[in-house]
Design a protein around this ligand. Structure first.
Ligand SMILES: C[S@@+](CC[C@H](N)C(=O)[O-])C[C@H]1O[C@@H](n2cnc3c(N)ncnc32)[C@H](O)[C@@H]1O
Length: 470
């Protein structure tokens, strides 16, 4: 490690910046953001415009030769001349014991600028020793994806209560446990969720309350895993997975998604597997609640979105009634994921103006399904859990007046590596569904199917050809 990472207070410190053009301006922005006073040695005609938004007196444009400057007042020199002047600036700064950075020249620099993630009080700096700014930026993107957007707000909240907490908890161990309880528990979740007032009130109460538990209280993240492709996880879902102690997951959750979870998180399958029944909703509720009561960070991971045919509402009710804190993290529901992959616009200007998601669970039961609600030709109908009920869906819709020739699709294992899409007409949909070797799958009925990429790619829309393409 040649460069030791340090956080330097530049506010009101005077820094010399040398050079014109984009590189100098990029450093100028950074120095101004850190509150430095910048003496900018430049002949750049656009320099006055570049400092127009800076607070008055924070930047000084100097047209004198920087080699003649008084180095005793500078805490650092940044040189972006891009020519031999850089070598001279580096030598001069070193002669005056002033730290120097020469842009893109780590060999001449005594300090370098890292790639930075700036979330207010939380700053992450990534360095490659000057070897590769591109690599540093790539790393920054990855780390950025893992950091909650409001992490700086949480840090600011903790800074505000730091002194009060230290006074209330004299023993260092108790103080550490108190802050762990804040960061890992409901208070942290409230701050990261933007519920600022709630978080603040809860910290104040926890400081004053003598019975604040020493162990962080557990909580449950009810997380939507999306339809299968791990890249469709939301950033918040990824953060929850990376923080989890234990994950209870359904059968629709793919191995690739579980791979994104913290390595040592315990993984517990609770869905139906290979035709075997699952442990049942009551048992799932109890096990999830029990894990939270043990103080664990629990993720209840469901395919798609937890509230779309996922029984997420029931689980939320149960946990709330049990007094357990729950954070709901939405997921990309199967219809959205499949539609995007198939290039199928679910709504289309005047042609498809209503979108309906139904479950086919009661499709064969006429008393429970009123098909007339979906007969409107401008309605796009997406049927979940419908592979085995496609003939009932077809018959119900046609009997209710939907045109038998309406474009229709069967979308199988959408966004997974083995996804497969079949298209045809409504009166062929049961035959198409019968071609599915394995689910999960959706049925889609509506004119918009004819606008999809998969429709365009299929030369003739009948079952025999779909079968040949399979
Ligand atoms: C119990 S529901 C759960 C739905 C989930 N909560 C969601 O928002 O996507 C299960 C049904 O979702 C649909 N489904 C889930 N993942 C799918 C995928 N990758 N491709 C096609 N359909 C899928 C199938 O209709 C499956 O029978």
């Amino acid at each position: 490690m040649r460069f030791l990472p340090l956080f330097f207070d530049f506010s009101r410190a005077e820094v010399a910046l040398v050079g014109d053009g984009a590189a100098a301006k990029a450093k100028l922005r950074l120095l101004l953001a850190a509150g430095a006073r910048v003496r900018w040695f430049t002949d750049d005609e656009s320099a006055p415009a570049a400092i127009a938004d800076a607070p008055r007196g924070q930047t000084d444009i100097c047209s004198i030769d920087p080699r003649q400057a008084d180095y005793s007042s500078f805490v650092a020199v940044v040189s972006a001349a891009g020519n031999r002047l850089d070598d001279e600036m580096a030598a001069l700064a070193r002669a005056h014991n002033v730290p120097v950075n020469v842009v893109d020249r780590p060999d001449l620099s005594s300090f370098i600028f890292p790639a930075i993630i700036d979330r207010g009080d939380v700053v992450v700096a990534i360095g490659t020793g000057g070897a590769s700014p591109v690599l540093a930026r790539r790393l920054r993107q990855r780390i950025e994806a893992l950091l909650p957007a409001r992490i700086g707000d949480l840090a600011a909240l903790m800074r505000r209560f730091r002194q009060r907490a230290a006074q209330a908890k004299r023993d260092a161990g108790a103080l550490r446990r108190f802050w762990e309880h804040v960061v890992d528990g409901p208070i942290g979740a409230a701050a990261l969720g933007g519920r600022w007032h709630e978080a603040e009130t809860a910290v104040a109460r926890a400081i004053e309350h003598p019975h604040t538990p020493d162990n962080p209280s557990g909580m449950v993240f009810l997380v939507g895993a999306g339809p299968g492709d791990p890249d469709l996880l939301t950033l918040r879902a990824l953060q929850a997975l990376q923080n989890a102690d234990i994950i209870f997951y359904d059968e629709l959750v793919t191995a690739e998604i579980l791979d994104r979870a913290r390595r040592d998180a315990k993984r517990v399958p609770v869905g139906k597997r290979a035709g075997r029944p699952g442990i049942g909703q009551d048992a799932i509720n109890e096990r999830v609640a029990e894990a939270a009561r043990q103080g664990l960070k629990v993720v209840r991971l469901k395919g798609g979105d937890p509230f779309i045919f996922g029984r997420g509402g029931e689980e939320l009710d149960y946990l709330r009634q049990a007094g357990i804190e729950v954070v709901v993290v939405p997921g990309v529901t199967a219809a959205m994921g499949c539609a995007a992959e198939a290039g199928l616009p679910l709504l289309f200007r005047n042609e498809a103006t209503q979108l309906t998601f139904i479950s086919a669970q009661h499709a064969g039961d006429e008393a429970k399904t009123d098909w007339s609600k979906y007969a409107d030709p401008k309605t796009t109908l997406v049927v979940y859990m419908g592979l085995g009920k496609a003939s009932a869906v077809r018959d119900g819709l046609i009997a209710a007046g939907r045109d038998a020739g309406t474009p229709a699709a069967v979308l199988l294992r959408g966004t997974r590596q083995d996804s497969k899409y079949l298209v045809g007409r409504l009166d062929e949909i049961a035959a198409l569904a019968a071609l599915a070797e394995e689910g999960p799958g959706l049925l889609v009925v509506g004119d918009v199917v004819a606008r999809s990429d998969i429709w365009r790619k299929t030369a003739t829309h009948n079952v025999e050809l779909a079968e040949m393409a399979a």
